[in-house]
Design a protein around this ligand. Structure first.
Ligand code: DLL
Length: 435
């Protein structure tokens, strides 16, 4: 029988109870930071802040922010609060530039994170009886092992496939009777396409849900995945600095992700001023790891653009919800002064009936930014006349202009000509860098 919650007492707790839990944990965490991490002791001393100044979660505003550069500057273990023998696991995120960001966990940290991921699986309709097919990469990336430990915590059965070898993924989905698929949304699409090519009918599979995250994806993409794989597609959010997948997760309502806020306290701030913003307003998402021992980051600036809401959810959970992140401020393109996220381009492309296989190429010619959107045609469009194709390109360019106010050249490319992703998709090639 399926269950509704992994931990009902917390997931549906009255807000006052959550507030109390958060306050207790924050006080303990700040003391830990002050006593055991010289970096934080100095930061707190610099602004004259003593651990006793933090009496409740409402005092969080008094604390300074932590940035990705702080982790890099203290590479690899400079921000760790516990002696080496208490470390139980390390992970790392590769990032695109500079040194890796290394993160560390105690046994208790792994246990908390696993609970977060277990809550996500249950919210997607999972139970002990399910086979959970994990196609996130295993290794230093947190995706594979995060969902793996969540599956084990729940008592369900983990199938640790990892990513790659896509035909084999389809064989395993079919032969083992996987109930839930976990991978990036772009890889889910690739698996779906491969399934089609292999002549496997998704309706003949047991698969009924997917838990997809690690990159920004739109509602239109959700629809395509749900149709292609004949499943319900749920979003999951996380980042290695805070834990990994399961910091927040979607429920049956599919309207944003409940944050495991008894473990990871979220805020939205104005990235310019650092001021907290109101519910419903988009700004930068910031997390404080209130329950973590090894790497208790204070007000970590995620750079994800997001908003929070406390609106009542039909699933019964009281945990605050975060919207689908638009993307990261560092992925935001500035084209002739106009800000645009790849996910906004995806939204436009899919809403005019194009495929979700696209690539944005940005360049600079004669000091002027140019943007070309390459998008794969559907096989039906592919057989159209050249004149019609030009019309379609013009129509999409018109939509991009009217919705996003950007002038882009649209180029329809042959089906299956753009690279497929087995992990986080690369959506942008920015040739301006270094010019
Ligand atoms: O991507 C952890 C993860 C693995 C999450 C599997 C979900 C599923 P990092 O490699 O450290 O960790 O990358 C974290 O990915 O700051 C966001 O920008 C982005 N991200 C993660 N989940 C989502 C999501 C993992 N559901 C960075 N929607 C984060 C949008 C996401 N962006």
């Amino acid at each position: 029988m399926s269950q509704s919650y992994f931990n009902e007492d917390i997931e549906c707790a009255p807000r006052e109870v959550l507030h109390w839990i958060q306050s207790q944990k924050l006080k303990k965490m700040v003391k830990n930071c002050y006593e055991n991490i010289p970096f934080y002791k100095k930061k707190f001393d610099d602004i004259g802040l003593k651990p006793e100044d933090i009496q409740s979660i409402d005092d969080i505003k008094k604390l300074p922010f932590t940035y990705k550069t702080d982790l890099r500057d203290n590479y690899p273990f400079g921000l760790v609060a516990v002696p080496r023998e208490q470390l139980y696991r390390v992970h790392a995120s590769s990032g695109t530039t500079g040194k890796q960001t290394v993160v560390a966990y105690t046994k208790n940290d792994i246990d908390i994170w696993s609970q977060g991921a277990a809550r996500a699986i249950v919210a997607a309709g999972g139970s002990k009886n399910d086979f959970v097919h994990i196609s996130y990469g295993y290794g230093l990336f947190t995706g594979g092992l995060g969902l793996h430990y969540g599956t084990e915590k729940l008592g369900a059965t983990a199938i640790p496939v990892s990513s790659g070898n896509t035909k084999r993924q389809v064989d395993i989905l079919r032969d083992y009777g996987s109930d839930i698929l976990c991978c990036t949304p772009s890889y889910a699409l690739f698996i779906g396409e491969t399934m089609k090519e292999m002549g496997v009918d998704p309706k003949s599979l047991k698969l009924r849900a997917g838990i997809f995250g690690a990159e920004a994806w739109t509602e239109e993409m959700r629809k395509q995945i749900e149709e292609l794989l004949d499943i319900k597609a749920y979003d999951i959010y996380g980042l290695s600095e805070i834990a990994g997948p399961g910091v927040a997760f979607e429920c049956s309502e599919q309207t944003g992700m409940h944050v495991n806020e008894d473990m990871f306290y979220p805020e939205i701030i104005n990235p310019e001023t650092g001021e907290q913003m109101a519910d419903g307003e988009y700004g930068e998402l910031v997390f404080t790891c209130i329950g973590k021992e090894a790497l208790p980051l204070v007000r970590y600036r995620t750079r994800d653009v997001c908003m929070l809401t406390r609106k009542k959810c039909s699933c019964g959970r009281t945990l605050i919800k975060m919207a689908k992140p638009h993307g990261r401020t560092d992925d935001m393109l500035i084209i002739r002064g106009i800000n645009v996220f790849p996910s906004q381009v995806e939204h436009v492309l899919l809403s005019v009936g194009m495929t979700p296989n696209y690539l944005i190429v940005v360049d600079r010619n004669n000091n002027l930014d140019t943007m070309e959107v390459q998008v794969e045609m559907t096989p039906e469009i592919f057989s159209d006349t050249v004149k019609n194709l030009e019309n379609i390109e013009r129509r999409i360019a018109g939509e991009l202009h009217s919705i996003l106010n950007i002038a882009a050249k649209v180029r329809l490319v042959e089906p299956k000509s753009l690279p497929r992703s087995e992990g986080k998709a690369v959506r942008v090639i920015d040739k301006r860098k270094g010019k």
